[in-house]
Design a protein around this ligand. Structure first.
Ligand code: CTP
Length: 420
């Protein structure tokens, strides 16, 4: 997890900064945004505030309700100067889009608004993602200003060539893709500061149970509470990882160290997982994902009058975990969860390990009283290619920690590869 301070300047590409914030928060980073006044003419502060979960600042003279703290931090007891406190807390300062005027100010040390003052006070790495009209980009003043900033250590994420904001305009100056800007920010942000064993790792957890609509008010769901997934997320954060949780209908307290993507259906869970998966090192797929969904959910509430029975036709959903496993890159560790009932549970688990090409499957017998879905305790067996590890009945937080220890050993002893 990194604390990313994002400066947004005025330009049509400011709308792409929203996507950058979305990607950064989905990847588990804490983000604060400062905008110039011109930027607010293109994209309103409310959008950035909603995506970051934190106030957006424009002027040095407005009070910061978060007192310079990032979403994962508690605000200090005093009212600090916003531009100083924000940059003191940031791991990296990203300016995207960086317009020609702001680039010129930064090159010459001007401090006439919150963004430029913050940049002057920043000691963390600076990432600039310029975007502007092709003639402004090619102007010798802009070239010289950027060269000066690069010489001083700023990382410039070059714009691309293509259709520009104004109708009919083509050339260099399009803002780089948000994913490329985020990758640049991550490459210069210091990796973790807690000295934990999982510092620098990104852990993606799915939690809860999906709901598939039958009509406007009813759904097909399951009893998963999300407790096991949330316990895994907390245990990963304890070890210093940056953690993203895809939460399917979980009504549990949230952990300020964790980034949450809330979803309802299996299809939404799939989209959220596919987005966060590429950057993760460990996937813990604890969610109970529906295998079937109503083929034609009714837009309105179904009425009972005139019906002797109600048949709901169902169609299969995608197997999200198998899809992610097929797209895995070397080094990622993928852990599936199998809630089974009674004898044969471990055999079913082994079959899933092989079929879904996973590194581990956590099997629990949800028919045993007090174990599994809603309870605070669990008892599991972790199956890997090397053997099995039984975790005796204990609090879900302890079970979570034991599962992570198995993952940690696998990461140490193997260059993780799928079970064959
Ligand atoms: N899973 C998934 N997508 C689905 C169903 C399950 O990603 N549509 C994941 C679950 O999150 C879990 C693992 O696959 O980590 C095993 O889930 P489970 O329901 O036990 O497996 P299935 O393949 O659906 O087998 P079963 O016939 O036992 O339901």
């Amino acid at each position: 997890m990194a604390r990313i301070l994002l400066g947004v300047t005025g330009g049509i590409a400011a709308y792409k900064a929203l996507e950058l914030v979305r990607l950064a928060t989905a990847a588990g980073h804490a983000v604060r945004v400062v905008q110039t006044e011109a930027a607010q003419r293109f994209v309103g502060a409310a959008s950035f505030a909603a995506l970051t979960g934190a106030p957006v600042l424009t002027s040095e003279w407005e009070r910061d309700p978060a007192r310079g703290a990032f979403p994962d931090q508690a605000p200090p007891g005093h009212d600090p100067l916003s531009h100083l406190e924000l940059v003191a807390n940031a791991d990296v300062f990203v300016v995207a889009p960086a317009g020609a005027n702001t680039i010129a100010k930064l090159a010459h040390g001007l401090a006439d608004n919150l963004l430029s003052s913050a940049a002057l006070a920043a000691t963390c790495p600076l990432v600039l993602a310029p975007a502007m009209n092709v003639h402004m980009w090619e102007h010798p003043a802009t070239r010289a200003n950027l060269a000066l900033l690069a010489e001083r250590g700023a990382l410039v994420v070059a714009p691309t060539e293509g259709r520009l904001g104004s109708i009919g305009e083509w050339g260099m100056g399009r803002l780089a893709e948000p994913a490329a800007i985020l990758a640049a920010a991550e490459s210069v942000a210091p990796a973790g500061d807690g000295g934990g064993p999982w510092d620098g790792l990104h852990v993606l957890v799915t939690a809860g149970g999906t709901r598939e609509p039958i009509d406007a008010v009813r759904y097909v769901g399951n009893r998963s509470s999300g407790r096991m997934g949330f316990a895994l997320a907390a245990a990963a954060a304890d070890r210093g990882a940056r953690v993203t949780v895809v939460a399917a209908n979980v009504a549990l307290p949230r952990d300020p160290r964790v980034a949450y993507l809330d979803v309802t259906t299996a299809a939404e869970l799939q989209v959220a997982c596919e987005e966060a998966f590429a950057s993760c090192d460990v996937l813990l797929m604890a969610a109970a994902v529906a295998d079937f969904r109503p083929t034609e959910p009714a837009a309105n509430k179904l009425k009972k009058s005139g019906r002797a029975e109600l048949l709901v036709r169902m169609e299969p959903t995608a197997d999200v975990l198998s899809g992610l496993s097929a797209a895995r890159r070397p080094g990622q560790v993928l852990v599936g969860f199998a809630a089974e009932t009674g004898a044969g549970a471990l055999d079913y688990g082994r079959q899933k390990l092989a079929r879904k090409r996973l590194d581990a499957v956590v099997v629990n017998d949800v028919a045993a009283p007090g174990i599994g879905f809603e309870g605070g305790e669990n008892e599991v067996t972790v199956l890997t290619a090397a053997g099995e590890h039984h975790v005796a009945r204990s609090a879900k937080s302890e079970v979570a920690s034991a599962i992570l220890s198995v993952v940690e050993r696998m990461r140490e002893t193997t260059t993780a590869g799928p079970a064959q």
